[in-house]
Design a binder for this molecule. Sequence first.
Ligand code: F3S
Ligand code: F3S
Length: 105
Amino acid sequence: TYVIALPCVDVKDRACIDECPVDCIYEGERSLYIHPDECVDCGACEPVCPVEAIYYEDDLPEEWQDYYKANVEFFRELGSPGGAARLGPVEADHPLVAALPPQAS
Ligand code: F3S
Ligand code: F3S
């Protein structure tokens, strides 16, 4: 799966959403999250993020390894909604993201 890491927090450019053929990039309060089971690894989202927040799981920079878990665990209660547009924005973040101080833009 692909993973959205720290640079997305408080930026949420959303360019990635338009590229995803399966609509598996979900919006939280301060960051977006890729559904690990719904993502088909097409990679279309990765180059369009202006802040380079998106990585294939094996290519995550060392300091952002925890974001793999954050993207997976964000969906623990949501399950597999099968489409971000249908679900709409979620008023929550993974604890890892929620605990961050405001990120300078
Ligand atoms: Fe975030 Fe980049 Fe998408 S900032 S919303 S991962 S385009
Ligand atoms: Fe969508 Fe990116 Fe996966 S475009 S299918 S989230 S690699």
